[in-house]
Design a protein around this ligand. Structure first.
Ligand code: ADP
Length: 327
């Protein structure tokens, strides 16, 4: 199991690459070469830097002659390490096939100046990590709203046979209306090519029992590989409400041990703002269970947590967040 510690403190999270692996900042104009669906190519006027990842930098880009703004994710075309190149190829392949309201939309990719540019939906309000750093923690109504959206994105990915495997606050972005958008498919895995997950389960299970190899049964019992994303959702909900992940510890071994033993405590209340209901605790306990016991996204959104308190309407998210937390 791969666990990356998501740092709550440092601005640049520790990632795979080193500084020299990043491409240089893009020139003011970036040219997309002509292609079959854009015979004249295109020009993007680049803007502010949105952030840096392990080997990517991300800048705002406006499609010249339009008001359309995007996030341009830029990586060097020739990466020094094979591992990174692989990560990036997976990311391109998987992300380009995703289309969902709560997944950062992939628009196109092209080469320019020895770099690969990915044109993504712009999420101008940062990540959930930025949000929690700014606010310390968020409220149950906000978590209700975002969890429904995250569950929707997870349901969609799993129905396509995709396990994200790296869901965390820093990989979940906020669009201009404060909707969450899952991004960064660099560690995602394609479970079953070309088939949807449920169909795969049906076909693998309809063989004659006597002839089915144990590893297929094991695989199915654990068709539970995808449950890793449900676990992550549990961690995200806890961290959003309390400001820190449940199994936080000084060393990686200690984090693993605490997670194995499900050793976590909800903090004591200090204000009515960070009130944590029994329904929340029950929901999180359900997500942080053995993989075969974790609920699927449809079951998650049926949980009393979603009806025991206020659920913001779409239009209530933006103004309330802005009012309480002016920049
Ligand atoms: P890497 O795959 O190298 O980790 P990321 O995908 O995490 O790179 O992107 C690096 C940073 O760029 C992110 O932490 C975030 O700040 C910013 N970023 C990425 N995608 C978007 C987006 N669609 N909209 C706005 N900012 C983004």
């Amino acid at each position: 199991v791969r666990v990356k510690k998501e740092s709550m403190k440092s601005k640049a999270p520790a990632k795979l690459g080193k500084e020299k692996d990043h491409p240089p900042p893009p020139p003011p104009e970036v040219h997309e070469p002509p292609s079959s669906d854009r015979k004249d190519g295109a020009t993007y006027n680049t803007g502010r830097c949105l952030g840096k990842g392990g080997f990517a930098i991300c800048h705002e880009g406006q499609l010249a002659g339009t008001k359309q703004k995007y996030a341009l994710k830029i990586v060097k075309s020739h990466m020094p390490q094979k591992k990174m190149e692989q990560k990036f190829q997976t990311e391109l392949q998987i992300h380009s096939k995703m289309r969902h309201a709560n997944i950062v939309q992939f628009h196109r990719a092209f080469s320019f100046n020895q770099c690969t540019f990915i044109v993504l939906e712009l999420c101008p309000n940062g990540s959930l990590m930025d949000m929690v750093k700014k606010r310390k923690y968020v409220t149950e109504p906000e978590v209700r709203y975002w969890t429904v959206q995250m569950a929707g994105a997870i349901k969609y990915m799993h129905s396509k046979g995709i396990i994200h495997r790296d869901l965390k606050m820093g990989n979940i972005f906020l669009d201009k209306d404060m909707n969450v958008k899952v991004g960064d498919f660099g560690l995602a895995a394609l479970l079953v090519t070309g088939k949807d997950w449920q169909a795969h389960r049906r076909t693998t299970l309809c063989g004659t029992p006597n002839y089915i190899a144990p590893e297929i049964l094991a695989k199915d019992k654990g068709g539970h590989d995808h449950a890793v994303d449900i676990w992550s959702l549990g961690i995200i909900i806890f961290a959003l409400l309390t400001g820190k992940p449940p199994f936080q510890a000084a060393t990686q071994e200690e984090i693993y041990r605490r997670a194995r033993e499900l050793e976590y405590d909800w903090p004591k209340l200090d204000t009515s703002e960070n009130y944590i209901s029994d329904e929340t605790k029950d929901l999180v306990a359900g997500l942080l269970q053995a993989p075969e016991k974790r609920p699927d996204p449809d079951t998650i959104v049926q949980h009393p947590f979603f009806t025991c308190g206020w659920m913001p309407q779409d239009e209530e998210m933006t103004p309330s967040l802005r009012e309480r937390h002016p920049d």
